[in-house]
Ligand binder design. Structure first.
Ligand code: GAL
Length: 354
């Protein structure tokens, strides 16, 4: 019952229907995660596994290391091992229709975790954040850092997006562009490469090295004497790759200050860069809370109840509107990292080195 109240506290549910912890716990739950190369997914998996265990379930955790066939095999193996439910953060949100039809044939409910699984009727619920808002926060940070409301500029900016196969990538980009587009139109922001379309700026596998190469190419082709003032980056791992390319090009020394650069996930390595004044922003998404949502959804479904949702319209996966519970992301920069991340119990001051 301790675990049950933990869950209810996290989800804000009134507990009328599925009361977590008193239902059909005991079964295996498959947790299919994309990669261990990013600390956030490791944390997400640990948080969920812990909470499922507290409710008496047996979590089966697998990481696919960004390999699509490997993830399909892992999910298949979970089904074969008798998983009662699946929680999946997809490597490629469009590649799971076949294996999920296997799950459906065995009445195994599926929660799409953080990344929406597309092109299949066989997902039940979506647990994520307000992904458009993530982009709004990133764009808003650049507006603030450059003082775009009052300064006339023009300032130079380059844009990066996430993996095209991740449904979130477009939401982040659209959110950021909803803020930045008016300044591009007014000429206060200028993209010297001209690369302003989603398809031109995506980063395969959310990979920092891929982004590093693209940044190096953009700098050599477009920024000779002119400095780059801002970079829209969707995720901390990408931001760190971009920063490596910028520093190799002489940014951060002498008369060449580093551009303002956004991020996401508040990964420890990036939080340290924020404290050092290198990366200027990240978006924190509390994976402890996301884990609670996913666990609560799964537990409710297995108890035959209806999980609590707070959005039924924003996320269509190409087949249906997927009922969703969306948490709120938080902007983090030098001014508030202590309050949000240290006081919030995410990292100790010692870990951050502040
Ligand atoms: C997205 C996720 C982001 C970030 C990114 C790279 O799907 O929403 O928070 O983690 O993947 O892993």
């Amino acid at each position: 019952m301790v675990a049950g109240s933990l869950l209810l506290a996290g989800c804000g549910g009134d507990g009328d229907e599925a009361e977590p912890g008193v239902s059909v716990s005991g079964g295996k739950i498959g947790l299919a995660m994309p990669t261990t190369s990013s600390s956030r997914w490791v944390n997400d998996a640990e948080n969920m596994a812990k909470q499922f265990e507290l409710l008496g379930y047996e979590p089966l955790v697998e990481f696919a290391e960004d390999n699509v066939p490997a993830q399909v095999e892992q999910i298949q193996a979970m089904i074969d091992q008798g998983a009662e439910a699946l929680v999946v953060a997809a490597v490629d949100g469009t590649a799971l229709a076949d294996v999920l039809s296997q799950a459906a044939s065995k009445d195994i409910p599926v929660i799409s975790y953080d990344r929406l699984i597309r092109d299949t009727p066989n997902i039940d619920y979506y647990a994520s954040f307000d992904n458009f808002r993530v982009g709004v926060l990133q764009g808003g940070h650049l507006v603030d850092e450059l003082g775009l409301r009052s300064a006339s500029g023009p300032f130079t900016i380059e844009l990066f997006a996430g993996d095209a196969k991740d449904n979130n990538a477009g939401f982040f980009f659209d959110g950021a562009m909803s803020v930045l587009r008016p300044y591009l139109k007014q000429g206060k922001l200028e993209i010297r490469s001209g690369q302003n379309k989603f398809a031109q700026i995506t980063t395969a596998g959310w990979n920092g090295e891929v982004a590093q190469k693209r940044m190096a190419n953009l700098l050599s082709a477009n920024y000779g004497s002119e400095n780059l003032d801002a970079v829209l980056s969707p995720y901390d791992g990408i931001s760190r790759g971009i920063l490596t390319a910028l520093q190799a090009d002489g940014y951060g020394k002498g008369g060449k200050p580093l551009p303002a650069i956004t991020g996401q996930d508040a990964e420890l390595d990036s939080v340290k860069l924020i404290v050092a004044g290198t990366q200027s922003e990240t978006v924190y998404k509390d994976s402890r809370e996301l884990a609670k949502v996913a666990v609560q959804m799964t537990d409710s479904l297995l108890a035959g109840a209806t999980p609590e949702v707070n959005d039924t319209k924003q996320y269509n996966n190409g087949v249906k509107d997927v009922p969703s519970f969306l948490l709120q992301p938080v902007n983090v920069d030098r001014s508030n990292y202590e309050t949000v991340l240290v006081d919030g119990g995410v990292y100790t001051a010692q870990e951050i080195g502040s």
